[in-house]
Design a protein around this ligand. Structure first.
Ligand code: ADP
Ligand code: MG
Length: 324
């Protein structure tokens, strides 16, 4: 059965029938707009990300459920980077009429699974036919108290630079996909990223962090975003970059290039005053999130990487830029 057999409103009904209720949702899917009840004393954080077939995903690489999970995960990662708690989201879908219902249901399975895990619900969206490929646009809403929201702009000279998890895996996974590999940890990191929602919220609630961003364009590019908005520079010690075993095994020639410039890791990159390192260690252990100190914020505006032998390192590729 194809989407064309179901029709636009059949599809919307099919989606709506699977969405649970939530205390913050006064009116969900079905009316001209959704009505939401904010948590008293909280700001609403709102973010949007598009996934375009042929640009962000390839149906030869991903299965529908992973695509559904990733579509929401990349948005949840942006909320996590602000220290926000996910609440609701909107789903924009442009689908060719020939798409199979099997694809649609698989996509919804993944999307709804991710939503359930992070306690967020779908409250509306838009659906239209596509003459080209599939386009997915999600707008996610989260909440946080105003004084706890974590911005990119608060980094101070002397701060430590930290990153959760390991970096470079998603880009290495993409390389593997292009080389014909279809499974393994690196491929999973590319197709099925895990947003650091618990860590982002806990760091914000504890008031420990000066500036935070999620790693979507690569550590170097994303640290540069923090530095630009904070009016500071930074030094990255390459020897301290957290690299997975699988990544090291694959990237033996230059283990730093992809780790610095590969995108889509969806880890959290943040700065804290050096005296807060112990508190951060304790807090991230409590939420079960590994991390590494990878450098420091400096006065000035340059972002430099230093190789293990102390020499300056210049990556051969830049971070991800859609028009670059
Ligand atoms: P309108 O014509 O007023 O924009 P629509 O027919 O586009 O309304 O949508 C009808 C209802 O279905 C709205 O509540 C809308 O939010 C919801 N909706 C449409 N597409 C989606 C989707 N892809 N996911 C979730 N809800 C959707
Ligand atoms: Mg509409």
């Amino acid at each position: 059965m194809k989407l064309a057999d179901l029709g636009e409103f059949g599809l919307i009904d099919r989606i709506a029938s699977r969405i649970p209720s939530q205390s913050g949702v006064v009116l969900g899917i079905g009316d001209d707009a959704a009505a939401l009840l904010p948590t008293p004393g909280c700001l609403t954080l709102i973010t949007s990300d598009m996934l375009i077939e042929g640009v962000h995903f390839d149906l030869g690489f991903t299965d529908p459920a992973s695509l559904g999970r990733k579509s929401l995960a990349v948005n949840l990662s942006d909320l996590a980077a602000m220290g926000a708690t996910p609440r609701q989201f909107l789903l924009g879908l442009a689908l060719p009429a020939g798409v199979s219902l099997e694809f649609v249901d698989g996509f919804l399975d993944g999307l709804i699974e991710m939503a359930h895990r992070f306690d967020t619900v779908l409250v509306g969206g838009d659906t239209c036919a596509s003459k080209g490929g599939i386009s997915i646009s999600i707008t996610a809403l989260g909440e946080q108290r105003p004084e706890r929201v974590l911005k990119r702009s608060g980094a101070q000279p002397g701060d430590l630079v930290l990153v959760t998890g390991t970096v470079g895996d998603a880009a290495a996974g993409l390389r593997q996909l292009f080389a014909g590999v279809r499974q393994g940890g690196l491929v999973r990191r590319q197709l099925d990223p895990e947003p650091r929602v618990a860590a982002g919220g806990a760091l914000a609630d504890a008031g420990l962090v000066h500036a935070m961003i999620d790693v979507s364009d690569g550590v170097l590019a994303d640290l540069t975003h923090i530095c630009d908005l904070s009016g500071v520079g930074a030094r990255i010690d390459l020897a301290r970059l957290p690299l997975s075993e699988a990544y090291r095994a694959l990237e033996q020639q230059d283990p730093y290039a992809l780790a610095l410039t590969g995108g889509e890791d969806y880890e959290l990159l943040f700065t804290v005053a050096p005296e807060k390192e112990a508190a951060v260690t304790e807090l991230l252990a409590r939420v079960g999130t590994p991390f590494a100190v990878i450098g420091a914020i400096t006065a000035g505006t340059r972002v430099e990487a230093v190789a293990p032998d102390g020499s300056p390192y210049h990556p051969t590729r830049a971070g991800f830029d859609h028009f670059g």
